[in-house]
Design a protein around this ligand. Structure first.
Ligand code: C2E
Ligand code: MN
Ligand code: MN
Length: 406
């Protein structure tokens, strides 16, 4: 299928721009063999390239382009399918924007078009050309340093473990994962993640439970979470727990139960954050909203978890405003390479800034993901890059340290 891919990237300082033509000639040879055509724009700093051709060839060539050391911060802007090529000349044409007058540059680009119909201005791909040529999105190109410009240094001082007080015997336990502010080198919160008593994950814990048993087990497990948190000595840090929204709706005494267990374990409601995900909320939104009010009235803060994944969406945000939003791992993964993810994450950040909601990112595994998100304004992170969850304890955190002179 005829596939169109657009990316942009940043030229490397050590790459002399007069070598451009040579580079393009060499690339054209390969592109021609693979039946990939297109156009390459250069503005003196950024490349902007459209590739068109058979799906597999386009992806193969793009893969090679990503590995080319003459440019960096390669971001896929657009990937779509079309009935005909927009720029169908053999190989790839280089178009240096610096050689044209500002007023005529876009038209000059469009004049290279080979589409059998006149190129239409509301075509999305061509709209991307317009924004690149007019540089209207430039402030959103966050240039991040390479991954190896940071060392992640493990801080073993934070390590702590605990065992459950003898009087608590349950079929569940918890792992704790820090939520950190890496630049301040501070752990801002600990999230309690449910485990079976032998350490298996949440799916294993909930499997086999049916109907209201799920909600009862979910609520009751928090007794163990608070007991462990008390034993671990969370101190003044906040403690995040997860609850199914329906746990609060189906169990009328849920909020009182939580408050009692918080107190018994020497914690205070103001340090607790309840994270909600998902799905069932929508069907009984009124009851859920009233349970959230109860929590807030008691001093407990609320976060929407997995924001941007499935049901935890914008309409929930219109109904009530949580103190925090956690951006789903699906949006975080390779955000530094994906134009669509960047656009969505920036919109979430902007929306939350207007509502004074704190944003954190979950599932951060790569230095580049973290750096892109810092550039976009996120300062709280949870993920294996900094610390994986520790069973019945607090793990060491790996803090980033900038390595000097590359
Ligand atoms: P969550 O609230 O989003 O918790 C974070 C999950 O992401 C955890 O999975 C954690 O181990 C995982 N994670 C953290 N950093 C990374 C990373 O860098 N890469 C990847 N790939 N994963 C990372 P876990 O512990 O398996 O929990 C899964 C989900 O189960 C949680 O997602 C939460 O929604 C739910 N859950 C956990 N504890 C409870 C609970 O007590 N009650 C309820 N109802 N749900 C819970
Ligand atoms: Mn969570
Ligand atoms: Mn998750």
């Amino acid at each position: 299928m005829l596939t169109t891919l657009i990316y942009r990237s940043h030229i490397c300082e050590h790459f002399p721009p007069h070598d451009l033509k040579e580079m393009v000639n060499a690339a054209n040879l390969k592109n021609g063999q693979a039946d990939v055509t297109g156009i390459l724009l250069f503005n003196g700093v950024h490349f902007f390239q459209l590739l068109e051709g058979p799906e597999e060839s386009v992806f193969n060539i793009y893969q090679r382009i990503c590995e080319d050391s003459r440019h960096y911060n390669v971001v896929e802007v657009f990937c779509d399918f079309a009935p005909h090529r927009r720029f169908g000349k053999a190989g790839m044409e280089l178009f240096d924007l610096r050689e044209y007058e500002r007023e005529e540059v876009l038209q000059s680009v469009l004049n290279r078009g080979t589409s059998k119909y006149q190129l239409i201005y509301d075509d999305r791909a061509l709209q991307f050309f317009r924004t690149f040529v007019e540089a209207t999105e430039k402030e959103n190109y966050f240039e991040i340093p390479p991954a190896d410009s940071w060392a992640f240094v493990s801080d073993d001082n934070s390590v702590q473990s605990a065992s459950l007080p003898a009087e608590i015997t349950t079929e569940c336990s918890f792992a704790f994962q820090p939520i950190v502010d890496p630049l301040a080198q501070k752990t801002v919160s600990l999230e309690a993640l449910i485990r079976t008593s032998s350490g298996e994950g949440s799916a294993a814990f909930f499997s086999g439970l049916e109907g209201d048993e799920v909600y009862k087990a979910d609520l009751k497990s928090k007794k163990t979470a608070f007991a462990l948190a008390g034993a671990i000595n969370v101190g003044a840090r906040t403690l995040s727990i997860n609850l199914l929204p329906m746990t609060l709706v189906r169990i009328p005494e849920a909020v009182n139960f939580l408050l009692e267990e918080i107190e018994v374990n020497g914690l205070v409601p103001e340090q607790i954050i309840v994270e909600f995900t998902e799905n069932e909320v929508i069907s009984r939104l009124e009851e859920f909203t009233s349970a959230v009010r109860q929590l807030k009235a008691a001093g407990i803060r609320v976060a929407i978890d997995h924001f941007g994944g499935g049901f935890a969406g914008l309409s929930l945000l219109a109904q009530f405003q949580p103190e925090r939003i956690k951006i789903n791992r699906e949006l975080i993964r390779d955000v530094h390479k994906s134009g669509p993810r960047q656009a969505i994450v920036r919109a979430i950040i902007q929306c939350c800034a207007s509502l004074e909601i704190m944003v954190s990112a979950v599932g951060v595994e790569k230095p580049e993901e973290w750096m892109w998100l810092e550039s976009a304004g996120v300062s709280h992170f949870q993920g294996h890059l900094f610390a994986a969850p520790a069973f019945e304890g607090i793990p060491a955190v790996c803090w980033p340290e900038m390595l000097s002179a590359m």
